[in-house]
Structure formats: structure tokens, C-alpha cells
Design a protein around this ligand. Structure first.
Ligand code: FAD
Length: 321
């Protein structure tokens, strides 16, 4: 059965986040040959529509409004519901990001719809669209199908590959007019922590440090390796609690959940709460001086050794490539 599917695009610093393109690819599977309509909410975002077509959107709906300059639950839900009201889709796909995790349940409750959250895989099997999502902090996976109502899902970033971009693709862009009112919160200013390099949640390579790095300076060799690999630096909560790095780097159950192509864990023991944030990484490399460390149980490659010797050696070798 073909469906009309709405996918929400995410913008940060006037740039579309990768998850926007992954949502289009997911939307194509859910649409089963139907139409995929990308929705762009923000201010000064009109120039971004071309890219959405290149990655497979059939149509784009835009709400460009200065009240949507930064995310607020009230503003974005009013805008998104206005589009849903006009389009009446049979499917909705949103990224399982900080924004998506906040917005999707609110929208689902307003639509009186079910919601399958944190989807990592979508396939068509036995005449159904089957959604896979992790449970029990990533220790098991469940498969779900929708039997009635709107198929509403959030997708975990970096799991569903975007379609190959085709710059010849184009389509119709239409604005949706909506009066955004009664905002209970207004964001006056956003002050970002200074962070250089690749965004941790979207990085293809992550070099993460734990309590084993022993100090703030201990993160320096990890930063160098991450730079050489074009990746980002992450951390265990042990390292954050010890003040070796900022909490914005924390990966795990109470930190960020990431799925890079390569995860290099340095001086991290592999507590269950840490694994919850990274065990789906495509390739896991662990460097730990304790051969019994739990992290080796899930690592694809393990190096038993002192991270302060191993990490600089890796950096030198990767520099040669
Ligand atoms: P440790 O467990 O102390 O491990 C340090 C490792 O470094 C050891 O394995 C040691 O062998 C190795 N090492 C030491 N020196 C070197 C060296 N020179 N070279 C190589 N290896 C070396 N943790 C998270 O990470 N993320 C979360 O989101 C999170 N959420 C939590 C939520 C709750 C409710 C609770 C209770 C805990 C949570 N934790 C979380 C904490 C978690 O249980 C662990 O305490 C934490 O992950 C341990 O961090 P660590 O591996 O860096 O430290």
C-alpha cells in the first residue's frame, strides 16, 4: 500500500543535518512508492530546499518564520501540526535527536497516534514494514509493525543510509502560512560551548576516553588521533565525573547515543551504561591495559596496552595513509 509520508528536516546553523537526508531515505521505505514530503521549519531556510530534492524528497513544504529561529516545543509543534493538518499524511518520520525526542511524543499525543521511537532499521517483510529498535539499553532488539493509523517513527541518526545525492533532482516548494502564537518560552540567545571540529552525534569516527586518560591533558593524544581520522572526541561518564572533559562529550545511557562507523574506546572499562550509548557502532576498537575489561567483550578489535603508548602509535600510522 503506497502512502504519503511527511519527513521533518533538521537545521543547525543554517545547515541541514545529515539526519534530514536519512529521514528521507526512511520515508521512502515507509511510503512504499508513495510521496515523500520534506518539511522545513526555521528562519532564513528557503535556500536549503534544493538539497532535500537532491536526497530524494518529492515535494517540500516550508514554514519560514522568525518565531522558528530556534527550537521551542510550542513553536515547532504549532508549525508542524499546521503542515500535518494540510497534508494529512499516512506516515511521519522524524530524527531521534534532541529535537525529535522532544517533539515527536507531543505530536503523537495531539494526533492520538502511536509512535515507534529510536528505529535503527526498516525493512519490508511478509507484507509489512518492520521497524527494528533497541531495548534494554541496546542489549536486545525488538521488531514492530503498525497495524492501524498513522505510521509514525523516529529514526536513530547514522543508522539508515541516505540515498545517493542526485543534483539534477528538483520539485515543488510550497510555503505553509501559520500564525505562531502563545509561546510559553522564547529563546533570546543561544550561547554554545566552544567546540572545534566534527559534531559528536553525527561523527563517522569517534575516539572516546575514560577514566584511564587520568587527566584533562590525557585527552590531548585522543584529540590528535580524532583530528587525523576526521572524527570527534567522546568520553565515558567516568571521565566527565572526574572533570577530565565536559559533560557534552558523555556517551551512554545518560549521555549521547551514537552509531559511528568506527568507535575507539581508550581507557574505558565498558560499563553497561556506557555500552548503551555506543554498542551499535559499526566497528569497535578497545584499548585497555586490563585484558579482563568488559569493553573487550563487545570490541571487534582489542589492544591490551597503555593508551599513552598505543594512541600516539596509531596516530603516526594513520598520518602515513
Ligand atoms: P572505569 O570503570 O574506572 O574504567 C577505567 C578503565 O581504564 C579501566 O578498565 C582501566 O583498566 C583502564 N585504564 C586505566 N589506565 C589505563 C591506561 N593507561 N591505558 C589503557 N587503559 C587504562 N557511564 C557512561 O560512560 N555513560 C553513561 O551515560 C552513564 N550513565 C550512568 C547512569 C547511571 C544511572 C549510573 C548508575 C551509572 C552511569 N554511568 C555511565 C557510569 C558507569 O556505570 C561507569 O561508572 C562509567 O562508565 C565508568 O567509566 P570508565 O570506564 O571511564 O571508568
Amino acid at each position: 500500500m503506497s502512502r504519503k509520508v511527511i519527513v521533518l528536516s533538521e537545521v543547525r546553523d543554517q545547515t541541514l543535518r545529515n539526519v534530514s537526508f536519512e529521514a528521507i531515505a526512511a520515508g521512502k521505505v515507509v511510503a512504499e512508492g508513495g510521496e515523500v514530503v520534506a518539511v522545513l521549519l526555521g528562519h532564513g531556510v528557503n535556500s536549503l530546499t534544493d538539497q532535500l530534492f537532491h536526497y530524494g524528497a518529492d515535494r517540500v513544504r516550508v514554514i519560514d518564520n522568525d518565531q522558528l529561529k530556534t527550537y521551542t516545543p510550542d513553536g515547532f509543534s504549532q508549525a508542524f501540526l499546521a503542515v500535518l493538518e494540510e497534508e494529512k499524511p499516512e506516515g511521519i518520520v522524524i530524527g531521534h535527536t534532541a529535537l525529535g525526542k522532544d517533539l515527536a511524543p507531543k505530536i503523537a499525543s495531539r494526533l492520538q497516534s502511536g509512535l515507534i521511537s529510536d528505529v535503527t532499521d526498516i525493512e519490508v517483510a511478509g507484507g509489512h514494514i518492520v521497524f527494528t529498535r533497541p531495548i534494554y539499553s541496546g542489549k536486545a532488539f525488538e521488531k514492530k509493525i503498525v497495524t492501524d493509523g498513522v505510521t509514525f517513527v523516529t529514526i536513530r541518526p547514522n543508522n539508515i543510509a541516505p540515498l545517493e545525492a542526485d543534483s539534477t533532482l528538483t520539485g515543488e516548494v510550497a510555503e505553509v502560512s501559520v500564525e505562531i502564537k502563545d509561546l510559553r518560552t522564547i529563546v533570546k540567545d543561544v550561547v554554545r560551548k566552544a567546540s572545534a571540529g566534527v559534531d559528536l552525534s553525527e561523527a563517522k569516527v569517534v575516539v572516546a576516553g575514560g577514566r584511564g586518560v587520568k587527566s584533562m591533558d590525557g585527552f590531548e593524544p585522543l584529540k590528535e588521533l580524532a583530528t587525523v581520522l576526521g572524527g570527534a572526541v567522546g568520553a565515558s561518564r567516568g571521565a566527565c565525573d572526574a572533570d577530565y572533559c565536559d559533560y557534552s562529550l558523555q556517551i551512554g545511557q545518560t549521555g549521547k547515543v551514537i552509531t559511528p562507523d568506527l568507535y575507539i574506546a581508550c581507557g574505558i572499562s565498558g560499563a553497561i551504561q556506557h555500552l548503551a550509548g555506543m554498542s551499535n557502532s559499526k566497528v569497535i576498537v578497545a584499548i585497555n591495559k586490563d585484558p579482563e575489561a568488559n569493553i573487550f567483550k563487545i570490541a571487534d578489535y582489542g589492544i591490551v596496552g597503555d593508551l599513552f603508548e598505543v594512541v600516539p602509535l596509531l596516530t603516526e600510522e594513520f598520518k602515513k595513509l
